[in-house]
Design a protein around this ligand. Structure first.
Ligand SMILES: Nc1ncnc2c1ncn2[C@@H]1O[C@H](COP(=O)(O)OP(=O)(O)OP(=O)(O)O)[C@@H](O)[C@H]1O
Ligand SMILES: [Mg+2]
Length: 586
């Protein structure tokens, strides 16, 4: 599920909140598009207004002429040219409007996609631990639908409605009764159609959105687990799931498409029927010659209005058919952003007292779920500056969780953490984290060059190659990289598939060394290395600046030989704490 959907708010409210995420510049553009639509609507009215004197003069009628004496003084040629000029202007205006409103919709969509990604990336680690990444990927994919299925049609629908109102106003000046009969009967038809189809459109939109998340999930799982699938031959299971989800989604889409396109055929038929009846009525009461200009205006009005009405209806139905998309996107947009703080100020405050321990844990407890079992209990730990602390304990005893809590990725559910004497909080967490370099248990490599993976998070042109190679030397990967034909420019493949497990780990280590942080955290960072290589890496760590604090988790006890303190965890509690000899013995 996406983050908490805004509780049962109407689609217009939700759409309004989408608009509130637009930049001031976009909002100004929105107003400009709206104003341009008004001009467009006036141009439409002018076209219609001009046809009456045009037809009147061409048919030699004089009745309308008395009211429009300015035009009547002109020759038929002049009038024809004038009329053509008005039509050309109106057409050009409509082209401009279509271009401007579509551009606006896509630009706004780009802004919103950025905003969703930005907010997702700023959510605490816990947010990501609790959900499947396919939800976020599907939601960002859906932002595109928000443009094509919601923003763009709404812009066009708005313009179309304004033009319709303009046309009706113009028709009213020609013949009140006829215009009103036409407007009311067509309006009623749309009211009936929208009332009956709304629920179905919305329900299908929910199905479509859910199926999309499922599809992304199945795709990711199938491709991510390709080794197992190939070995087990379970392709069929994945393709079947994919087909079910796709079929469900496409059925919902097809139904909605049908609902949306049907009124068009009905309305075109019904519209023409109304016109014929009105034409017959006018000519039988007023006579053909008098009625011709009015009939011309009506026919032109209908010819211009029906497509516009269809655009307006499509906008409405797109909106109903996209309710689920709007809700999902709004839910992501409403995610809180961390409060902006000045990281440098906090950093100065934190590092101001070197005599303080780097970090202190005071009766820290942690549970992944508020009603779930405690993973960490009553953790008391003091990490002095420059110390080397080793963590041991059975698998599942809570070592990685403890590290995540110390690093401020997970927030303690009880007790407190103090860094440099200050309680770790939202205002100094970023500053604390910026001092840490971390090699996780499973290293994430991007599909980029080795240099980019070591200088992770730096722009290509900002990479300091001397620092990259120094970091790689410490991590014992430099000589391997040197003998590759493309050296540090070698691409490692998706998640580093083109490297061995130990090579990946050493790139992870080099990444941590490159960061020049003053707290180094290694979680099973050398587990895949052979003994000799591991010894070299650990010697390099022992040789680093004595001011740097190192926290190491390891199953292999020899890894921890150089640690000042060893902490043994058992079921989320510290059961022993002391020197290597005290805790492990000789
Ligand atoms: N995201 C999570 N949600 C719920 N429980 C979790 C989550 N991550 C870990 N756990 C649980 O927390 C406990 C501690 O896990 P943790 O990863 O900290 O163990 P560990 O000591 O690092 O183990 P290992 O040596 O195997 O890496 C485990 O029982 C695990 O099932
Ligand atoms: Mg672990």
């Amino acid at each position: 599920m996406p983050p908490k959907a805004t509780s049962r708010s109407s689609i217009s409210q939700e759409l309004f909140s989408v608009l509130s995420f637009l930049s001031p510049r976009r909002r100004v553009q929105l107003v400009l598009v709206f104003l341009l639509s008004l001009v467009g609507a006036f141009a439409e009215m002018a076209t219609l207004g001009a046809i009456i004197p045009f037809l009147a003069i061409l048919t030699g009628g004089s009745e309308q002429c008395s009211a429009l004496s300015v035009v009547c003084g002109l020759s038929p040629t002049q009038i024809s040219f004038g009329f053509a000029a008005i039509i050309a202007t109106a057409t050009l205006l409509r082209l401009l409007l279509a271009w401007v409103s579509t551009r606006f919709a896509y630009a706004a969509g780009a802004d919103l996609g950025y905003e969703v990604y930005n907010r997702a990336l700023h959510q605490p680690y816990r947010f990501h631990v609790e959900r499947n990444s396919s939800e976020i990927i599907a939601a960002i994919g859906r932002v595109n639908l928000l443009i094509t299925s919601v923003l763009s049609p709404i812009m066009q629908g708005m313009v179309a409605l304004i033009i319709c109102i303009g046309i009706i106003a113009a028709l009213i000046t020609v013949d009140v009764t006829t215009a009103l009969i036409a407007a009311v009967s067509i309006g009623l038809f749309y009211v009936v159609v929208t009332k009956t189809t709304r629920k179905l459109l919305e329900a299908n939109s929910r199905i479509e959105a859910e199926a999309e998340t499922q599809r992304v999930k199945i795709l990711q799982e199938g491709l991510g687990g390709i080794r197992d699938i190939l070995l087990d031959g379970t392709q069929g299971m994945y393709t079947k799931r994919f087909r079910t989800a796709t079929f469900r989604q496409r059925t919902a889409l097809a139904t909605n498409l049908f609902i949306r396109s049907t009124p068009r055929y009905l309305i075109e038929g019904a519209g023409m029927l109304v016109m014929v009846v009105l034409a017959w009525w006018i000519q039988s009461t007023q006579g053909l010659e008098v009625a011709l200009p009015t009939l011309g205006a009506l026919a032109l009005g209908a010819q211009r209005m029906l497509p516009q009405l269809q655009v307006a209806y499509l906008a409405w139905s797109s909106l109903s058919a996209s309710k689920a998309i709007v809700s999902d996107v709004v839910a992501f947009l409403n995610l809180p952003m961390p409060t902006e703080i000045d990281p440098n100020a906090a950093e100065r405050a934190i590092s101001a007292s070197p005599s303080q321990p780097v970090v202190v844990l005071d009766k820290v407890g942690f549970a992944y779920k508020s009603d779930g079992a405690a993973i960490l209990r009553d953790i008391e730990l003091v990490v002095p500056q420059g110390s080397r602390i080793g963590f041991i304990g059975k698998t599942g005893s809570g070592k990685s969780t403890l590290i995540d809590v110390i690093m401020g990725l997970l927030h303690p559910t009880s007790g407190e953490i103090r860094v440099g004497g200050q309680v770790l909080s939202d205002s100094n967490r970023r500053a604390w984290q910026s001092r840490i370099a971390h090699v996780p248990q499973s290293i994430y490599l991007t599909d980029a060059s080795i240099a980019e993976n070591i200088a992770f998070g730096s722009e290509r042109h900002q990479i300091d190659m001397a620092r990259v190679s120094a970091a790689a030397q410490r991590a014992q990967i430099d000589s391997y990289v040197q003998q590759l034909p493309e050296g540090y420019d070698t691409h490692v493949g998706e998640r580093g598939v083109r490297l061995s497990g130990g090579q990946r780990q050493r790139i992870g280590l080099a990444r941590a060394f490159y960061k020049n942080a003053d707290v180094l955290v290694l979680d099973e960072a050398t587990s895949a290395l052979d003994d000799a290589t591991e010894t070299l890496v650990m010697n390099a760590i022992a040789a680093i600046d004595g001011d740097i604090t190192v926290l190491i988790i390891a199953h292999r006890l020899t890894t921890l030989k150089n640690c000042d303190v060893i902490v043994r965890l058992e079921k989320g509690q510290i059961v022993r704490q002391g020197t290597y000899a005290e805790v492990i013995g000789n």
